[in-house]
Design a protein around this ligand. Structure first.
Ligand SMILES: Cc1cc2nc3c(=O)[nH]c(=O)nc-3n(C[C@H](O)[C@H](O)[C@H](O)COP(=O)(O)OP(=O)(O)OC[C@H]3O[C@@H](n4cnc5c(N)ncnc54)[C@H](O)[C@@H]3O)c2cc1C
Length: 538
C-alpha cells in the first residue's frame, strides 16, 4: 500500500497549487485526479487573469484578491501569461450611471483604470464596434490553464511531489474520527486500492460536494455551467470586457492566434455537464455583437463548456447571485479530523487558495516553513545558451513557443530527442507548431494514457484543423514508440476525434462544416475508422 502524509484530491489549478506549496514546505504529498490534469474547470474557462475589474463593484474582496494575485502570477508564471492588458468598454446599450460606480469601486481596491478616448481605443483595436461610448485600460492578462497546471506539477515534482492521474477517489477511510487513508479506483482498469495518509485536502472544484459526501459531510457546491466560443482569429489583441454589471457574453480573451468569447451561466445538476449546445452559441453571438459588430464573419473553431464551483453557505444562492470568493472548510468542525475542503474562488486566485489551505494543514502538522509560492518561479527561464541550441533545431518562432511551453528542463529533453534522431524535428501539429519530439516527450510522461492527454500538454490538435491532420500523425508516433497505451490505434483515433467533435457539433455551419467534411473524409473514407467500408462489404 502507498503511504503519504497528505493526499490532495483534484488535478485542477487549485489542487496542483496545493501540491506544489506542500512539497515546497517539505511535506510528503500525492495528488489524485480522476481523469487527466486540467480535465475539469481549469481548462474549460476563459483564460482571463482577472485584474479584478469585473468584481470590484459587487464583491470588493474578490476584486482585491484578483489584482494582488494577478501581479504575482505575471511574475512567477510568466511563461503561462500573455500580458495583453484589458479594456473595459461601455457599449451604446449599457447604463452610463454604472461607469462612475465602477471607476470608484476599482480605485477603492487598488485596480488601476486609465480612461482613453474612443478614437484611441479604435486605433488600438480596429475591430471594436464604433458605437462604443467609453473605454478604460486595466491590467488584465491572458493565462493558459493547461500550461499553468502542468508547470505547477513540474515544480512540485522537483520537490518530491507525486501525481496519479486516472485515479478516482471512492472512499475516505477514518478511524476514531480521524482520517487514516483514502480508497481509489483506477479509472481505466477499475482496480481498487488504498493509500494511507494523515490528511486529505479536497480541491475537487465542482465535485467538492461529492467528495465531502464520501465522508458523510455536507458541502454546498452548486455547479454553474458556462459555455464559451473559440474563434479562429485574434479578433482583438487586448482582453475586452463589457462595462456593465457582470452578465453573459461579456468578455473576449485573445490566446495565441485565437479569441475566446464567453460565457453563459446556468445552474446544473452534474459537475461534468459540459456538452455545449447550438442555442448557447447563438445567444453568445447575439450578445457579443455589441462589442464586435462583425462577429458573425469570424470563423468559429469550436464551443466548449465548464462548470463553476460556486460555494454558498446559503443553499439558495445560485448563478451570478453566488460569491466568486473562496472558503476553506476544516471538517474537524464536522467531527472528522484531517480533512479539509477548499471551494469557490477563481483560476486567478488559485495560488492564494493553495497558500491558505497549506498554512492550515502545516499548522496541524507542526511544519513551520513559510510559503514561497509567491516568489519562486514555476519553471526556470531558458538560458541564452539553451535558446541558441534550440534555434538550431526549431524555426525561431517555434523555439520561443517550445521554450515557454516546456520550460528549461523540458526543452532540454526535447532537444536531446531531436539530436538523437533529427527527423523528429518535423511538425506533427502545424497549427500550434508542435514537433514529433515534443509529442513523444509528452506521450512518455507517466500521466499520459491517451492522445487527449498529449493534447493538453502540448496544444496539438487545438488549432485551425482541430485534429484533421495531427491526429493520424500523433497516433502513428505513439504507436511507433511502443508505448503500452498506444497499441489499439483505433481506440486512440476515436477518443481524440470524439473529443474534438463534441465542441464542433454545436457550431456546424458554413466553413466549419466544410472543414468537418474534410476530416470525415480522411478518417472515415481513407482510414475507415468506423469500419463502414467493411460492413458494406466493399
Ligand atoms: C465558463 C467559465 C469561465 C471562467 N472564466 C474564468 C476566468 O476567465 N478567469 C478565472 O480566473 N476564472 C475563471 N473561471 C473560474 C475558474 O475556471 C475555476 O474557479 C477554477 O478553474 C477552478 O479550479 P479548481 O482546481 O478548483 O477545479 P477544477 O479545475 O475543476 O479541478 C477539480 C478536479 O477534481 C477532479 N476530481 C473530481 N472528483 C474527483 C474524484 N472523485 N477523484 C479524483 N479527482 C476528482 C476533477 O476531475 C477536476 O479535474 C471560469 C469558470 C467557468 C466555468
Amino acid at each position: 500500500m502507498q503511504k503519504t502524509t497528505v493526499v490532495v484530491i483534484g488535478g485542477g489549478a487549485t489542487g496542483v497549487g496545493i501540491l506544489r506549496d506542500l512539497c515546497m514546505r517539505g511535506v510528503d504529498a500525492i495528488l489524485l485526479e480522476q481523469q487527466d490534469l486540467a480535465y475539469g474547470t481549469s481548462s474549460r474557462y476563459h483564460g482571463l487573469l482577472h485584474s479584478g475589474g469585473r468584481y470590484a463593484v459587487k464583491d470588493a474582496e474578490a476584486g482585491k484578491e484578483c489584482i494582488e494575485e494577478n501581479t504575482i502570477l505575471r511574475k512567477i508564471g510568466r511563461h503561462c501569461v500573455e500580458q495583453t492588458e484589458g479594456f473595459f468598454a461601455r457599449t451604446h446599450l449599457d447604463d452610463e450611471a454604472f461607469e462612475g460606480k465602477w471607476v470608484e469601486a476599482c480605485a477603492k481596491v487598488g485596480i488601476p483604470t486609465i480612461p482613453i478616448s474612443v478614437e484611441e481605443a479604435l486605433r488600438l483595436e480596429p475591430n471594436l464596434s464604433p458605437k462604443i461610448k467609453s473605454v478604460y485600460r486595466v491590467p488584465d492578462a491572458a493565462i493558459d490553464g493547461f500550461r499553468m497546471v502542468w508547470q505547477n506539477v513540474a515544480s512540485a515534482r522537483k520537490y518530491g511531489g507525486r501525481v496519479l492521474t486516472y485515479t478516482t477517489v471512492i472512499g475516505i477511510e477514518q478511524s476514531n474520527n480521524q482520517v487514516v487513508g483514502i480508497k481509489v479506483r483506477n479509472t481505466l482498469t477499475g482496480e481498487v486500492s488504498n493509500i494511507a495518509c494523515d490528511f486529505i485536502v479536497s480541491a475537487a472544484g465542482s465535485w467538492a460536494g461529492e467528495i465531502a459526501a464520501l465522508a458523510g459531510i455536507n458541502v454546498n457546491v452548486q455547479p454553474d455551467r458556462g459555455t464559451l466560443i473559440a474563434f479562429n482569429h485574434r479578433i482583438t489583441s487586448r482582453i475586452v470586457n463589457r462595462l456593465r454589471p457582470a452578465s453573459d457574453g461579456d468578455i473576449f480573451v485573445p490566446h495565441g492566434s485565437i479569441t475566446i468569447l464567453g460565457t453563459t451561466s446556468a445552474s446544473v445538476n452534474k459537475p461534468d455537464d459540459t456538452v455545449p449546445n447550438a442555442k448557447e452559441v447563438v445567444e453568445l453571438l447575439n450578445i457579443g455583437e455589441a462589442l464586435f459588430e462583425d462577429i458573425r464573419s469570424y470563423r468559429m473553431l469550436r464551443a466548449f463548456a465548464g462548470t463553476r464551483p460556486l460555494y454558498s453557505a446559503d443553499p439558495n444562492a445560485t448563478g451570478r447571485g453566488a460569491s466568486r470568493g473562496f472558503v476553506t472548510l476544516d471538517h474537524a468542525h464536522d467531527g472528522l479530523k484531517g480533512f479539509v475542503s477548499v471551494v469557490g474562488g477563481k483560476f486567478t486566485t488559485y495560488r492564494l487558495m493553495a497558500e491558505k489551505v497549506t498554512d492550515l494543514v502545516c499548522g496541524y502538522l507542526n511544519v513551520k516553513t513559510p510559503c514561497r509560492t509567491a516568489v519562486e518561479n514555476l519553471v526556470e527561464d531558458t538560458s541564452p545558451a539553451l535558446m541558441a541550441k534550440a534555434r538550431l533545431y526549431f524555426p525561431a518562432y517555434g523555439a520561443e513557443l517550445a521554450a515557454s511551453r516546456l520550460g528549461s528542463e523540458g526543452l532540454e529533453k526535447v532537444i536531446a530527442r531531436i539530436q538523437e534522431k533529427p527527423e523528429k524535428r518535423q511538425l506533427l501539429c502545424e497549427c500550434e507548431n508542435v514537433t514529433m519530439a515534443e509529442v513523444e516527450e509528452a506521450a512518455a510522461d507517466s500521466t499520459s494514457y491517451m492522445i487527449s492527454d498529449v493534447r493538453r500538454k502540448t496544444r496539438m490538435g487545438m488549432g485551425t484543423c482541430q485534429g484533421a491532420f495531427c491526429t493520424f500523425r500523433s497516433v502513428g508516433a505513439v504507436d511507433a514508440n511502443g508505448l503500452s497505451w498506444g497499441k489499439d490505434t483505433n481506440v486512440l483515433f476515436k477518443e481524440f476525434l470524439q473529443g474534438r467533435w463534441k465542441g464542433i457539433r454545436p457550431i456546424l455551419w458554413g466553413n466549419v462544416m466544410r472543414e468537418m467534411e474534410l476530416t470525415r473524409g480522411i478518417y472515415e473514407g481513407t482510414l475507415n475508422i468506423n469500419g463502414a467500408i467493411d460492413n458494406e462489404g466493399i
